[in-house]
Design a binder for this molecule. Sequence first.
Ligand code: ADP
Ligand code: MG
Length: 636
Amino acid sequence: MNTPDPLRRSIKSLPDDLISQIAAGEVVERPASVVRELVDNAVDAGARRIVVRLGSGGVRLIRVEDDGAGIAATELALAVRRHATSKIASLSDLESVRTMGFRGEALAAIGSIAELVITSREQSDSAVDAASARMLDARTGEIEPAAREVGTTVEVRELFFATPARRKFLKSDATELAHCVEAVRRHALARPGVAFEVWHEGKLIEQWRAGSALERMQSVMGDEFADSALDLSFEAGPVQISGWIGTPDVARSRADMQYAYVNGRYVREKVSTHAARQAYADVLHGHRQPCYLLFMQVDPQRVDVNVHPTKIEVRFTESREVHQAVFRAVSQALARPRAGQESGQKSSQVGGDADVSEGQGQGHGHAIEPQVQARPWSQGAMHFVSERGNQSFGQSFGQYASGRVGDDAMQTLQALWGQPKPADAQSPPAQSAEPAEPVEIWPLGRALAQLQGIYILAENAQGLVIVDMHAAHERIVYEGFKAQLDAPGANVSTQALLIPVTFAATAQEVATAQSSELALVRLGLEVTAFSAKTLAVRSLPALLAGADAVNLVRSVLAELAQHGLSHVLERAEHELLSTMACHGAVRANRRLTVEEMNALLRQMERTPRSDQCNHGRPTWRQVSIKELDALFMRGR
Ligand code: ADP
Ligand code: MG
């Protein structure tokens, strides 16, 4: 047979241009990818000011000007050659790379799919003559003298002009512009010491001045995030974490405010995302997405940045350690009760304009001791510290977070909520008693009154505190359960009822009670079958001694039946604890005495995550004197 097989062609090396175009397919998805690469290069050149000018969402024009070190005239042609880089020279360099770029393919790839002109003047060039800059047209390869200060301008026009198929995938100019701005934002967050400007069609649309890490966070992340942001700083082995996380109430429906950096490089990788998500699990229900800005510093030898053409993914050699560090850093910050802090978390932030890429951290040193507080609930013998009097306003509230809630505290709670009061007990409406202590002592203040049987009003140094008493109590009880279950093999502390409570049960309830005995015991419940149609509740969780036993047991049995488990899986267990906490928490319309209200406030101050209820809603709000003055148009 002489006819050549049409599928069989001879093997040839591809021409350089085509190789670059293929590489461009990976590196350049849209104008924003070009912006990212060019800003990467400016940052690597040590620029202090970077200006991005765009036309038609970046499709028509992307121009990035920097005041970095510049490119030597003799090397200009090399810069646009494939696999030409000044950043690494050997494999060992690759293993400890600290620059954003290192693959030497961005400019070559961009030049293969767009018009590319680079004008640069090198720093070491001592000539006073501004015309000693050089301009390279990547298409023709021609180099001409040009006028420019020290630094580099890279101009990219008509992106994808040669690959119309690609161009078709582009969205509207407005959308592409938004992506470009986002690309600059990602750089800006990690480099507070560098000034950034973004222009579109001749109009300045974003500007971030050089300043401290805190200032940059505020201006880039916006007020809503910044006003409630909790700072964090954590070190564990080879991993160092700093940054800010948003409280659950600024969570969003989309994951569009999650910024994670590894050694100054913006990344989207699973380890930290998962760890952060998990840390929020307890305070964020449903599909809400947390907001955060996390800077991870990891020994470069332990990070592989060369796993993705755009370097947006990285691989950690010790991913468990990174996961754990992120999880702890975030959960700790969330667990720190925030009463009395009122944006005070920011005051400890001092300006560090150090670039993370230079390995100097974020420059916001502050005083929480991560290792000590890492798991306040799990450590050894717990005892309740009565801090009254030795805790002054302004001290680290981490101390509250690390305060142990132990047996004594549980007794306090039991005493408060454990004994049901006759519903008609007409204790006089709670009035503010003489202040036993100056108001400043307690972050959540001194209780004044109860409002509509739902809210507790208290007075603290900042003004008025309003507490949703059911939500707050629910969280306290839930955290109490978790603390009790933390010891291996432990059960929820239980308390026998003097007189068992019996109730008429369905066959299903009786069956579940019998098959789930162990699970029930773990939850602090003793439920036995009295007859084929009657169940008896003999013990309740000590924390819920006053709860409606029948309702509580019914809900727990219903959930157990639904999960169909005799052994309670961890997931279901948390749900069950939360159900129990909800049942046991003080109900609306329960009249509380001032002492009870104060006890609840003090308990909140000691309980991790007590700023949200188990459903992620806030448990308390501060209304400042300033806000009250404003309400009454009262000038001071
Ligand atoms: P890489 O950044 O991976 O080295 P690029 O193709 O992005 O590859 O850039 C090639 C080289 O051009 C860089 O290594 C650097 O030496 C030089 N270069 C590019 N942009 C700039 C800039 N803005 N300032 C100084 N040098 C630059
Ligand atoms: Mg580069």
